[in-house]
Design a protein around this ligand. Structure first.
Ligand SMILES: [Zn+2]
Length: 315
């Protein structure tokens, strides 16, 4: 699979069409959104905003968000092009989110769980003090209520604006999950495109079960950095979900359309319920109406080809 971009999508006129980052096919936006941002041509799984992920995963009305008042602080007075404090304020306004993780109590096909979902739209889903604190609180809540934990990762890594404080979250989240594990409670990590840096190197990799979406890039440093450092050509499909399944790093690859059923089955199994009953189809909402897809527009004259992708910069 070709390298994919993390940056802006090149939208077609009128915002009716969008282009697949992987195969280049023109996708009718309404149909593409009904497929929950999966390319109908090649099956490429685009990054899904946290709220959309929650909506297609949990039982309608079951999600009770927690710890919404937690806000990051600019402890280092960090300044690149824009001071970190300002950047946070702008991102909060743009996304309507407090930080890069939405967490709370939920139920999947009637099975209660504690759920945390990362939001790539918030500073590349980077993990700083708020993300770390929310995951720790989520694990403590799960332990008190005897709930399994589901964490959906989508991240460029630790938030470098918070320096060592962001790196500390790696140890903090792993400790919280260890306590959960010792209390005999299960945890499931869902690795989505892209999961990199300090998130891969901490909570996303230490859960009891690791599930990946097809084609997801999962790694620590980006492939280009590794290839340059070791001065060797990397194997085909390096750091992709399928490669990692073959190597034993992830336990299972589950397409987005089946993720809810699969999570219900695993949660049922892990909490002593009937996994067969939990796996029975049960749509999350009314079936979407079929979309009439108009003929794709001609590409604009003199349009440039696809830009080459770049790996994430965050560590
Ligand atoms: Zn495609």
């Amino acid at each position: 699979m070709a390298w994919t971009r993390f940056g802006k999508k090149k939208d077609m006129p009128g915002n009716l069409w969008t282009k697949c980052e992987s195969c280049g096919a023109l996708l009718f936006r309404k149909e593409f959104e009904q497929r929950h941002r999966v390319c109908g041509t090649c099956g490429y799984h685009f990054t899904l905003p946290a709220r959309e992920r929650i909506a297609i995963t949990v039982d309608p009305g079951s999600f009770a968000e927690m710890w919404t008042g937690l806000l990051a602080e600019d402890v280092l007075a960090f300044n690149d092009r824009v001071p970190y404090g300002e950047k946070l304020a702008q991102t909060r306004q743009k996304t309507g989110e407090d930080d890069a993780l939405v967490a709370g109590a939920a139920a999947v096909k009637g099975i209660p769980c504690a759920l945390g979902v990362m939001n790539f739209q918030f500073l590349g889903g980077s993990m700083g003090m708020v993300v770390g604190e929310k995951i720790a609180l989520l694990c403590e809540h799960a332990q008190a209520q005897r709930l399994p934990v589901v964490l959906v990762a989508c991240s460029g890594g630790a938030r470098m604006h918070e320096g060592a404080v962001s790196l500390m979250q790696m140890a903090k989240t792993c400790s919280a999950l260890t306590r959960l594990h010792r209390a005999g409670l299960p945890s499931i990590s869902v690795l989505t495109h892209p999961t990199t840096g300090g998130v891969t190197a901490s909570f996303a990799s230490v859960c009891d079960l690791l599930i990946a979406e097809p084609g997801a890039l999962i790694g620590f440093a980006g492939p280009r950095v590794i290839a340059t450092t070791i001065k060797k050509e990397l194997p085909k499909g390096f750091q992709r979900a399928e490669f990692l399944l073959e190597k034993g790093q992830v336990d299972r690859i589950v397409p987005r359309a089946q993720m809810r059923d699969e999570l219900a089955r695993l949660l049922a199994y892990a909490t002593g319920r009937d996994p067969v009953a939990a796996f029975a189809p049960q749509p999350v909402a009314a079936e979407p109406e079929p979309v009439a897809v108009p003929a794709a527009p001609e590409p604009p004259p003199g349009g440039k080809g696809r830009r080459r992708a770049r790996p994430p910069k965050d560590g």
